[in-house]
Design a protein around this ligand. Structure first.
Ligand SMILES: C[S@@+](CC[C@H](N)C(=O)[O-])C[C@H]1O[C@@H](n2cnc3c(N)ncnc32)[C@H](O)[C@@H]1O
Length: 273
């Protein structure tokens, strides 16, 4: 009998401040490296789909195909279902499922995708093996993750320095890897994919315009005090409420700089199965 796996702790949770961030994501701004292999008839699985904005966008592109989004959280699956209904997309469905045990037959999908998910798993290599199992031979596994040490900003901000340090500490206490982006190639190799099948890359989000800066700084200020990240930082004994308020102030202060600039580096890997 295989040992029972303790469920991983998802650092962000699904507070409104987190969903405000995730709902902004589109296939174009978060999965451009996958778009060249999508066809109208593609069967695609989106693992850890969250509120489903990227998934629904995939379904618009694979308009004659089938798109399935799965997530461990029933609450966020409900959010994704509502978003699909509002968008009028009928070739996409959402289910509750665990990345480590996908409820699909071998070789069920042409493309198996996960965006910002492996960084939250204590065993990303096991999840990659499971993603490969449900991808058809000749299909693709596609993964993209941020790399927190690779994030950079201007002007310098002691508050943001403390925020990123605390983020690393909380992720480490959860047994997960905040600097996942740089490790994707290594994990894919460990999962047993052929080296010559791997197309590695990197992608960036950048927030600097007044609208983007305000949105990004305010949502992170709120996440510092109201999301699961805050609860876990306190729960692990790594911060207290006063300290978290100071981090939120740091985000708001950075957001007020007219010359503020923030870049989020990601690793991206597209692998042929
Ligand atoms: C950062 S969010 C990314 C959501 C979406 N892919 C996006 O980019 O907007 C990570 C998601 O992975 C989900 N997740 C975490 N662990 C999971 C697991 N073991 N199986 C399935 N989903 C998981 C979380 O519930 C969360 O919705």
């Amino acid at each position: 009998m295989s040992p029972v796996r303790e469920p991983d702790v998802y650092i962000h949770g699904h507070h409104e401040s987190v969903l405000r961030s995730h709902r902004w994501r589109t296939a174009e701004n978060s999965a451009a490296y996958v778009l060249p292999v999508l066809e109208p008839s593609t069967r695609l699985l989106d693992v850890g789909c969250g509120p489903g904005s990227v998934t629904i966008d995939f379904a618009a592109r694979a308009s004659e195909g089938d798109v399935v989004g799965v997530d461990a959280s029933a609450a966020v699956v409900d959010v994704a279902r509502k978003a699909a209904a509002e968008a009028g997309r009928t070739n996409v469905r959402f289910e509750v499922a665990d990345a480590y045990e996908l409820p699909f037959e071998d070789a069920s999908f042409d493309v198996v995708h996960a965006h910002q998910v492996l960084q939250h798993l204590t065993d990303p290599v096991a999840a990659l093996r499971e993603m490969r199992r449900v991808a058809r031979p000749g299909g693709y596994v596609a993964v993209r993750d941020a790399d927190y040490s690779g994030m950079t900003w201007f002007p310098s901000s002691p508050g943001l320095d403390e925020w990123v340090a605390l983020y690393h500490e909380v992720a480490e206490a959860n047994g997960t890897q905040a600097d996942a982006g740089r490790r994707l190639v290594s994990w894919v190799l460990e999962a047993g994919f052929e080296p010559e099948a791997i197309a590695p890359g990197a992608g960036v989000w950048c927030y600097s315009s007044p609208v983007d800066r305000q949105w990004w700084s305010e949502l992170w200020a709120d996440r510092c005090v109201a999301s699961n990240f805050a609860a876990q930082a306190i729960g692990h004994g790594l911060a207290d409420e006063v300290g978290l308020e100071l981090l939120a102030d740091g985000w708001r202060e950075w957001g007020r700089h007219a010359d503020g600039w923030f870049a989020v580096l990601h690793g991206e890997v597209l692998v042929r199965v």
